[in-house]
Design a protein around this ligand. Structure first.
Ligand code: ADP
Ligand code: ZN
Length: 599
């Protein structure tokens, strides 16, 4: 066994490396610069943490967010690694302690914010110390092409020539080709070894559901997943507050998060989420990079995201621990209008064109009748031919039906209403509603009135949305969203052209796999093992509270799952569980062994 493998086992408690990790580590150990593009959750950190422990000197890790640094450092310390962070959140005393530790050679990994690192004084200090490597995490922040550009990151390019003998490793989960090239250039990497892993996140199940009554759709979804942590993204602050309020009133543990709240409140919500004290965070996309919680089990998009990049990054926050996770998108035609209106309001025509194109790709994804994963991967330049068998389309093939009669009824209703009413009204008309508005306008005398009683309101709404998507109707955004006929309408109404539509998918029951297995952290645990798993989770929780760290820092869900299955009885057996290293076995071993024994 080589040294890297030994460290992997002893310190991190993992049996073997995942695909590119070993190669990357070897490259860094042989003094080579590296660029690493790996999807979230694939295990980037180990790629610099292990060389940091093997190479003499201090490894400097640049990371954009202070909150992330703290969790990483806590996690490393529990594994017995001498890790520190150096940033503006430290008190003077703490900062002095860290600097002293550096000078005395007591620090193996130092996490530092870019602005600290670029201070001349700090660099002078570093130049007199042995440095093992520089790791630039979230390296896409250096590029303006990326979507998280941070000006202070650009300065990092000046470091490379100052530390000639030290390898630099840049890591990111999000970079298209252009961004990638930009990162290499700006960071001044020297003849870097480039590692690009596939984008796929096979453990995430993608599901798109037509938005019908989103609040109750969301509630049904959450009720099926009690205790599972997740994020619900909404487009506006107002909506975030409304949705979070609603959920709380319905007894669901939910908190709101957006830029309108003060920094303290935001930190409070984020910490509560990290610690599993709150189940659901309802947020705008402001709830972003700071989230490094591996056991997020689902991400719901309550509104249509603006582009695939954002969507994929946000859904990517689910299932970082590799266990089954879900991404649910509630897709309503009305959202397209809202998004388009926001884009149209911009006065930069180039930007506008780009954004509209991105929005179109997003809509195409949501409307797709073919494997969702294939569409996502194709968007990011990866081609696959096999259906993924883990998205709504692959699991339950969409049914289409000859909807010509229904379509005619809907178009006729719009025509009879003189193209002056919106979707809700047209649906009411078709269903023969006795609402005051309809009665007062004598619309109950029209021939379409009540012609669609055989379908529910949701089903009609779905049909109309599909007609909008197909260009058989338009929804006039400037004009209260009223429905209008288009030149495409005539062949259907007059010339008997047939129309096939997809059967509406408005149920949020996300498809089960063939075996009827539910996608939960529980996975394939037997009832008995699951009971033990829950007990171990409770124990982990106690320990985490005692040590004031997030629960997953103690042990991951996957580690607890394995403990529940393997039921180790001795320290040696415990060490065989993936994720139990020597330090953690010393520290928590007896508590967990006792818990297992007593079960
Ligand atoms: P990334 O930074 O790429 O999003 P992390 O470095 O946080 O991912 O790793 C994700 C999870 O996978 C962590 O819980 C980590 O401990 C675990 N992990 C990493 N490498 C391995 C491995 N070789 N075997 C088992 N688990 C691993
Ligand atoms: Zn699929």
């Amino acid at each position: 066994m080589n040294e890297a493998q030994q460290v992997l086992r002893k310190v991190f408690g993992y049996e073997s490396f995942r695909a590119p990790q070993q190669e990357i580590i070897e490259a860094v150990l042989s003094n080579r610069d590296c660029f690493v593009l790996m999807p979230t959750g694939a295990g980037k950190s180990i790629c610099y943490q292990i060389p940091a422990l093997i190479r003499p000197g201090i490894a400097i890790i640049v990371s954009p967010l202070i909150s992330l640094m703290k969790d990483q450092v806590d996690a490393l310390r529990l594994n017995g690694v001498a890790a520190e962070c150096y940033n503006s959140s430290l008190s003077q005393t703490e900062a002095r302690r860290v600097l002293k530790g550096l000078d005395e050679g007591n620090v193996d990994l130092l996490y530092v914010a870019p602005e600290r690192l670029m201070m001349t004084e700090f660099q002078d200090r570093l130049r007199h110390l042995p440095i093992a490597l520089f790791a630039i995490d979230e390296a896409h922040c250096v590029s303006q092409w990326g979507h998280d550009f941070r000006p202070e990151y650009v300065q990092l390019g000046r470091l490379r020539p100052l530390f000639k003998e030290v390898p630099f490793i840049a890591l990111t989960a999000t970079a298209d080709k252009q961004t990638r090239e930009d990162v290499l250039l700006r960071l001044n990497l020297q003849d870097p070894a480039v590692f690009v892993s596939g984008f796929d996140r096979p453990n995430i199940r993608y599901t798109v559901v037509e938005k019908a009554q989103p609040l109750s759709q969301l509630e049904v979804f959450l009720r099926e997943r009690p205790d599972e942590p997740g994020i619900v993204y909404c487009l506006s602050r107002k909506r975030v507050d409304a949705v979070a309020d609603h959920l709380r009133r319905r007894g669901i543990s939910a908190q709101a998060y957006h830029a309108g709240y003060g920094a303290d409140e935001r930190t409070r919500v984020q910490d509560a989420f990290q610690r599993d004290d709150v189940q659901v965070v309802v947020a705008t996309v402001a709830f972003g990079m700071g989230i490094d919680k591996p056991n997020v089990r689902f991400v719901v998009h309550y509104d249509l995201p603006k582009n695939m990049e954002g969507y994929y990054q946000e859904t990517g926050r689910a299932g970082r621990d590799g266990l089954p996770a879900e991404a649910l998108l509630l897709f309503g035609a009305g959202d397209i209008m809202t998004a388009r209106r926001l884009i149209e309001a911009s006065d930069n025509p180039t930007q506008k064109a780009i954004e509209l194109k991105k929005l179109t790709a997003m809509v195409e994804y949501a409307e797709a009748q073919t494997c969702r994963r294939r569409i996502i991967l194709r968007y990011f330049g990866e081609h696959t031919t096999k259906p993924c068998m883990n998205c709504d389309i692959c699991l339950v093939a969409p049914d289409s039906y000859d909807a010509t009669d229904d379509v005619k009824k809907a178009l006729m209703a719009v025509y009879e209403l003189k193209q002056r009413f919106g979707l809700g009204y047209v649906v009411d008309m078709l269903r023969g509603s006795k609402s005051a508005r309809i009665m007062e306008s004598y619309h109950d005398s029209l021939s379409s009135y009540g012609s669609g009683k055989h379908l529910s309101g949701d089903e009609w709404a779905s049909i109309i949305r599909q007609l909008i998507q197909r260009g058989l109707l338009i929804q006039d955004a400037e004009n209260y969203g009223i429905l209008k006929l288009t030149p495409e309408t005539k062949p259907v109404l007059r010339d008997g052209v047939q129309v096939f539509l997809a059967k509406p998918r408005v149920k949020v029951e996300t498809p089960k796999t063939k075996k009827g297995k539910k996608s939960k952290a529980k996975g394939d645990l037997s009832d008995r093992d699951d009971a033990l798993f829950q007990e171990l989770r409770a124990l982990r929780r106690q320990i985490a509270d005692r040590e004031k760290v997030p629960a997953y820092v103690v042990f991951s869900d996957e580690t607890l799952r394995q403990m529940a299955i393997l039921k180790p009885r001795t320290r040696a057996e415990l060490l065989k569980v993936s994720g139990v290293g020597e330090k953690k076995a010393d520290r928590y071993g007896s508590e967990f062994l006792l818990g297992i024994q007593q079960s």
